[in-house]
Design a protein around this ligand. Structure first.
Ligand SMILES: [Zn+2]
Length: 255
């Protein structure tokens, strides 16, 4: 079984003491691809160095909306240079987070639109973080028609999903699916076609039910796979194959 974790922050310091062990256990569990999106300018360098250590680690470069206080407007210029001088597979993690009212909305929109423009210019897909802002993000995608990408931890409506699909987006599902109480999310996963879904853990956040309260890790991705296979009434092998094909298509990966 070949699994791809399309969203894990393996560069965060919570993995500093045992990152190689986490990678080893993940590979033993069938992981053959790790997509690590960036969050802020100061960590792009270390993220790139980390991913250069192994062919199965891939990075995206971008400015994450939750880290809005860390970003300066000139960081988008630095991002453009960094993208030109390296090989990111996507622009990310970018987006809008209107859930947390303390995150400056106007600055988020400026940075998001500039990063979408960059993604259009360089022809890379985007990895989106969207909370309480699907309509705004869909509006931005109309203005800046990127080639597509992934809406990470998707939790919008089926109608919104259909509009993202028209823009060539796939949807990341992960740890939250393992909770029985996630009935709305499970229903959404049932309604979406398997061709539009990719697996992710969002490590170290959003831990699967089996390891609730602990640090999340890509090695737990098989639990997300199992839950998705259950809600889709498909075999784990079928879901693993299709979601990995979807991830490769969305991010131009060759695995
Ligand atoms: Zn993330």
């Amino acid at each position: 079984m070949k699994l791809i974790d399309t969203h894990c922050h393996l560069d965060f310091d919570v993995f500093d003491h045992d990152r190689n062990d986490v990678l080893k256990r993940s590979r033993e569990n069938g992981l053959c691809g790790f997509v690590i999106p960036a969050v802020q300018q100061s960590t792009w360098g270390s993220l790139i160095s980390l991913c250069e250590q192994s062919d199965d680690m891939h990075y995206a470069l971008g400015l994450h909306p939750i880290f809005i206080d860390k970003h300066e407007l000139n960081h988008v210029g630095s991002l453009r240079d960094c993208v030109a001088n390296n090989q990111p597979i996507a622009i990310g993690e970018i987006g809008l987070d209107f859930y947390d009212k303390s995150l400056q909305a106007e600055k988020q929109i400026v940075l998001f639109e500039q990063q979408l423009q960059l993604a259009c210019d360089v022809g890379l897909p985007v990895i989106l973080h969207v909370r309480k802002a699907h309509e705004e993000v869909l509006g931005c995608l109309k203005k800046f028609p990127v080639i597509g990408g992934i809406v990470h931890a998707f939790n919008g409506s089926l109608q919104q999903a259909e509009r993202y699909q028209q823009s060539n987006f796939k949807f990341g599902f992960g740890g939250m699916l393992t909770y029985e109480r996630s009935s709305k999310l499970r229903k959404l996963a049932t309604e979406l076609s398997i061709e539009s879904i990719v697996l992710e853990t969002d490590s170290p956040d959003m831990t699967v039910e089996q390891y609730q309260g602990q640090r999340n890790s890509p090695e737990y991705l098989p639990h997300c796979l199992k839950s998705l296979a259950e809600v889709k009434a498909m075999s784990m092998q079928q879901v693993a194959l299709q979601t990995s094909l979807n991830a490769c298509a969305a991010l131009n990966l060759h695995i």
